[in-house]
Every structure is written in structure tokens, then in C-alpha cells.
Design a protein around this ligand. Sequence first.
Ligand SMILES: NC(=O)c1ccc[n+]([C@@H]2O[C@H](COP(=O)([O-])OP(=O)(O)OC[C@H]3O[C@@H](n4cnc5c(N)ncnc54)[C@H](OP(=O)(O)O)[C@@H]3O)[C@@H](O)[C@H]2O)c1
Length: 322
Amino acid sequence: MANKNVIWCDQKTLEKDLKGKIYIVTGANSGVGFETTQQLIKQGAHVVMACRRVGAGKEVAKGFNELEGSFEVIQCDLADLKSVRGFVAKFLSKHGKLDGLACNAGMVNMDNEPKYSKDGFELTMAASFYGHFLMTELLLEVLKKTEASRMLILSSVVHAGSPKNRHHLHFDDLDWKKRKYNNLDAYSEAKVASVLYAKELNDRLKDTGVTTYSVHPGWARSNFGGGGNAIMKAMMSITKPIFSLLNFSDSSWESAQTSLHCLLSDEAIQYSGKYFSQHSVLYRDKECRKGGWPMQTPNPHADDMNNAKKLVEVSRNLVGLN
Ligand SMILES: NC(=O)c1ccc[n+]([C@@H]2O[C@H](COP(=O)([O-])OP(=O)(O)OC[C@H]3O[C@@H](n4cnc5c(N)ncnc54)[C@H](OP(=O)(O)O)[C@@H]3O)[C@@H](O)[C@H]2O)c1
């Protein structure tokens, strides 16, 4: 049964003819990324599925063969800068345009000890943010060359924190070497970075025709957080149907609505740089719970242009772009 609180894309948007358009969706094999990919292909687009596990991408793509559009799967581990560079090189060797880049993939380290990527970054930030940052920066020229192209990056309600504890970027310790590690705080900080990046990019790309968005998809009943221990897994399987009945959580299709709106709707373009949120009971600020397209983030740290500029400067150095 559909969640009564969901904000839906309008039909006109979901019926647009996307023939000739090319999109990249990261994490296309699962959850929100899968539903976003399937809908774009249904509407006639060519989707490049950027998947950490090519086999998983190819497996779900079997169901796309009957659809109007087309697809290909290219390997990309976002937690590995070399893999991201390899993905972009492969994409650019085949395609001369890019209508939309959906930086959708994300993960949370389920351990309460930090893990580090091959490049030495805290893993959640590496997979959820730095990989997307490098991918986007390397694709800016092709995005600029393509008329009215769009970029979106998945954030989360948790970036907001609470009125007493707003998450912010610890520029002196982005890799949790000096602080006691908290995996959920690490995830929240990666999602603050996502909101800030869409904002900064909008500023930088003004007058180029490229528009940018950050997205909270809702509480998706996807595979997210599936890497937990047995107790966690058992808890999730018990609570999933209850949360669904209470209209707290959403199907992955419902959770793809905000991304599809940002990628395709005529209305979204006028709100470039902004944060778009599905409804969520998880907002600690009650007035935010109904969501909004767009919506003002309640977290002032995620709305601060100085933070956004600093993040980009620091990230460029970290991913080897300077
Ligand atoms: N689920 C929610 O309630 C919720 C709420 C707020 C925000 N979000 C955000 O929404 C986005 C989509 O999540 P989802 O709910 O659809 O979760 P999901 O079903 O777990 O899908 C996550 C996708 O990200 C991919 N991924 C993870 N690490 C990767 C890496 N290092 N390189 C490349 N791809 C990687 C996964 O690939 P594998 O299958 O190979 O692991 C998978 O395809 C994420 O950014 C998440 O943070 C989700």
C-alpha cells in the first residue's frame, strides 16, 4: 500500500520522452538507484549503471531488456579513487554528452570502529562523498557541454541532526583520527558534505546551464544498512513491516520520486543548488517532517557558503585534483 505522506512526481514528468538522453546512476543495482534507473530506461533514456559489483548490476538489468531505452553496466568502486578515474575514462571514451549525473550510491560503516579506504579516507565519507566528488569534477566539462544537464547527490534527513546537536564538518579531523569514532555521525557528516557540495557547485556553474540538487529520498525499505550483525538484521526484519504500516517508511519506488523530480521535472530547474526532501518522521525539527521540493535545511552548517567553499577546496586536494 502506498505511503499516504509521500510527495509524488507529477505524471507529466514520468511520461517525458527521454530518447537520446544519457544518464549515469551510481549504485544502480539496488534500492533507490535501481528504481531511478528503471524509470529513466522506461522513458527511453540510455543509463550508464555505475556499480561496485558488476555482476549485481547485470543481474538486475536483465529486467530492463524489454524497456524502451538502453543501459550498460560499468564497474565503479566509489571508495577507490583509481576506480572512479577508470570509470570516468571509460564513460568519456564512449559518450560525448551527459544529461544527468545521479550520485546516488551510499553506505554506512556498520562497525563502531573506523574503517579506511585504499586511499586512506574514513570509509563512509570515501564511498558516499569523495568518490562522487571526484566523479562529478571529472565530468564537469561534459555536463557543461550538454544542454540543460543536471547533477544530483543523495543526502539524508540525518544531515540535519537535532536543534541541540547540528552535524558539521570537522575540517581538522575529517578522517576521525583524533575523535572517538561514531559511525552514524560519520554518515551524517558525509551527508552534510553532500548538501554543501550541491550548493557550491550551483554557485560555480551559474550561467552554464547545469543545475544541481541534494536529495533526502525518504526512509527507503531498500538494502541500506544491510551489513549489520545478526541482532541488527533480526531487528530490521521485525521493524520493517511495522514502520511501513505506520507510514514511517517508503518503498524504494516511493523513495526514487525526489531524485526523478530533480532529474526530470521542469519545475526543479528554478531551484538549482537546493535541498529536496521526501517526508520523514526522522526530522527532529517537527516542521520539517512533511518534507519539501525544495526545503530549507534546518542545519545552518549545511547552508553555509563558506563551509561549502572550504569543503570543495579541501576535497580537491584530498582527491588529487590540485
Ligand atoms: N534507505 C534509506 O532510508 C535512506 C535514507 C536517507 C538517505 N539514503 C541514501 O540513499 C542512497 C541510496 O540508498 P538505498 O536506500 O537505495 O540503499 P541500498 O539499497 O543499500 O543501495 C546502495 C547502493 O550504493 C552502492 N554502494 C555502496 N558502496 C559503494 C561503493 N563503494 N562504490 C559504489 N557503489 C556503492 C551499493 O552497491 P552494493 O550493492 O554493491 O553494495 C548499492 O548499489 C544512499 O546514498 C543512501 O545514503 C537512504
